[in-house]
Ligand binder design. Structure first.
Ligand code: SF4
Ligand code: SF4
Length: 177
């Protein structure tokens, strides 16, 4: 029994002499091809050209810094608890005297990892964070041939200091794409 009414019976009758020349079919196909030459191209020359992201796009994670360039994350673990894919792991450390210019809070993440193969880019980690420390930027997680290339460590996630590395900061935020 047919599930839809879209099925078409196949015509198995022998080809006529004209059909066996294939020329009508070739010209018909070429006509379709030429008709597309003058139409507006639906594709773009990526990566030279890019399309704007949707306002709700959620891309690669970024660990944020404050205005003074200090790390916001206090290693509270709320993002890891909120993550439905259990993609986030971290190790906390105490801030030492003299490190106030590096870490905003008394505790910080000595190690912070996200497994991008698990991540479903839901954004719940961003919503759970009380310190505005993690958000999903407007950049992609680049392709990779190895699984371990998708385990993003703190070095990969921490946003460059906008006071000392403005270009790298803009790139991480997706501002110049
Ligand atoms: S975006 Fe969702 S799945 Fe990915 S790390 Fe954050 S909470 Fe987990
Ligand atoms: S990113 Fe936010 S929620 Fe996650 S450990 Fe750091 S401060 Fe806590």
């Amino acid at each position: 029994m047919a599930l839809t009414n879209r099925s078409v019976a196949i015509d198995r009758s022998p080809m006529t002499f004209v059909e066996s020349l294939y020329l009508p079919s070739i010209f018909k196909g070429m006509g379709i091809t030429f008709s597309h030459i003058f139409k507006k191209k639906p594709t773009i020359n990526y990566p030279e050209q890019t399309r704007p992201f949707s306002p709700v796009f959620r891309g690669l994670h970024v660990l944020n810094r404050d205005e003074e360039g200090r790390e916001n994350c206090t290693a509270c673990g709320l993002c890891a608890v909120a993550c439905p894919a259990e993609a986030i792991t971290m190790e906390a450390a105490e801030r030492l005297p003299g490190e106030e210019n590096l870490y905003r809070e008394e505790k910080y993440a000595a190690k912070y990892e996200i497994n991008m193969l698990r991540c479903i880019f839901c954004g719940l980690c961003e919503e759970a964070c009380p310190k505005d420390a993690i958000y999903l930027s407007e950049t992609f997680a680049p392709a990779n041939f190895a699984r371990k290339g998708f385990i993003y460590g703190k070095d990969d996630l921490l946003i460059p200091n906008k006071n000392t590395e403005p270009e790298a900061y803009a790139k991480a935020k997706g501002l110049n794409q």
